[in-house]
Write a protein that binds this ligand. Structure first.
Ligand code: PMP
Length: 396
């Protein structure tokens, strides 16, 4: 493929959104698209949210950037609110999900180092996981399509079957630092871990002095109807990576940890020029205000149930295409009997509906968390119209 000014790592796509309005995007051609992708679980307040715009504009006019060397009142304030609302005692802000996972990996390794056990450096991770695109985070998965051509990768990861507690336990040895797991695999195809599995990982971690590291970059921040997905499981992590929704569209991530787990992260062990930048903090504050407001998470649960119910009703009418729905809250996956990437492109190009393809031929449904009944109705109507005319490729 010919080189282009923008490095050509993404395929060409049939739409080019130029403006956002609530739960819709407007294409270059003026066409309106219903956005049930949310920039892949990012725009949880939809597009052009007045509170988010105002917060960013106000902060931009006051102080846009200053080095962390001078301290950060804005970072301290948002970290305090996250601490007040989660298991965590401390927060490191990043600019992306992969960086949040990198910080989580470093925190876990440094914990054992601080305890005099530097040989406990290996994280047990899971098949079909996705943790980002840095060398460290691609080393943490077994997915050939992410890793191919990037050798040598980073050591210190053992990949075992997802949701298989016996396999996870059998992989623990004298070098194990802990587990790194998505409570609900996103890119892997909206696969929720079972309760027994996550609770089992917690129990093994407690028994053996290991750390449970959760990657809630995609499933966290209200998407499941809880602030974090682990709350659904009755499990608390030692360390957690967060991103996507936390900035509502502003590039922001965070690594949260307990005081115990963060004991190795002392002055000089980590840093970032932009991480915790005042603009990002202003966005983070505005998003958290909205997410913690009365009724916000309840709306996610209510709309999630409504959407799921409507999809379950629709599926039997198109059982040549669809197998079922999985997931929770507004993190749903429609399992197809044929290539979901092709169907997602059809939805986008022919029906003005944005979703995201995921592993295992799943159509990921990740709308803004502020959707109402009218958006659910529009989605199901357009999806049904597409299913009536869509013909899978002949060789499928
Ligand atoms: N972890 C998970 C679970 C993700 O879904 C993603 C992004 N899809 C990442 C990490 C990486 O986030 P980013 O693209 O912001 O680096």
């Amino acid at each position: 493929m010919a080189i282009t000014p923008l490095m050509p790592v993404y395929p060409r796509c049939g739409v080019r959104p130029v403006r956002g309005e609530g739960c819709h995007l407007i294409d270059e051609s003026g066409a309106r698209l219903l956005d049930f992708a949310s920039g892949i679980a990012v725009n949880l307040l939809g597009h052009s949210h007045p509170g988010l715009i105002e917060a960013i504009q106000r902060q931009a006019a006051t102080l846009m950037h200053v080095s962390n060397l001078y301290g950060s009142p804005q970072g301290e304030a948002l970290a305090q609110r996250l601490v007040d609302n989660t298991f965590a005692d401390t927060v490191f802000f990043t600019n992306s999900g992969a960086e949040a996972v990198e910080c989580a990996i470093k925190t876990a390794r440094r914990f054992h180092h601080a305890n005099g056990n530097p040989e406990r450096h290996t994280l047990i991770t899971f098949k079909n996981a996705f943790h980002g695109r840095t060398i460290g985070t691609i080393s943490a998965t077994d997915q050939e399509k992410l890793r191919s051509g990037f050798d040598p990768l980073l050591g210190g990861f053992t990949v075992v079957a997802f949701d298989d507690l016996a396999a996870a336990e059998a992989a623990v040895d004298e070098n194990t630092a802990g587990f790194l797991v998505e409570p609900i695999q996103g890119e892997g195809g909206i696969r929720p871990a079972s309760r027994e599995f996550l609770q089992g990982l917690r129990r093994i971690s407690d028994d053996k002095g290991l750390l449970l590291v959760l990657d809630e970059v995609q499933c966290g921040y209200g998407r499941t109807g809880k602030l974090f997905a682990h709350e659904l499981y009755g499990v608390t992590p030692d360390i957690m990576a967060v991103a996507k929704g936390i900035g509502g569209g502003f590039p922001l991530g965070a690594c949260l940890a307990t005081e115990h787990a963060a004991r190795g992260m002392v002055i000089g062990t980590h840093g970032s020029t932009y991480g915790g930048n005042p603009l990002a903090m202003a966005a983070g504050e505005a998003v958290l205000d909205a997410v913690l407001a009365d009724g916000f998470l309840e709306n996610v649960t209510r709309m999630g149930e409504r959407l799921r119910g409507a999809l379950e009703q629709m599926i039997p009418n198109h059982d040549h295409l669809f197998e079922g729905v999985r997931g929770t809250g507004l993190m749903l996956g429609l399992k197809m009997k044929s290539d979901s990437r092709r169907f997602v492109a059809h939805l986008r190009d022919e029906h003005g509906l944005l979703t995201v393809a995921a592993g295992e031929n799943v159509v990921r449904i990740l709308p803004p968390l502020v959707i109402g009944e009218e958006h659910v109705a529009e989605f199901v109507e357009k999806l049904s119209a597409a299913a009536r005319v869509y013909v899978p490729a002949a060789d499928e």
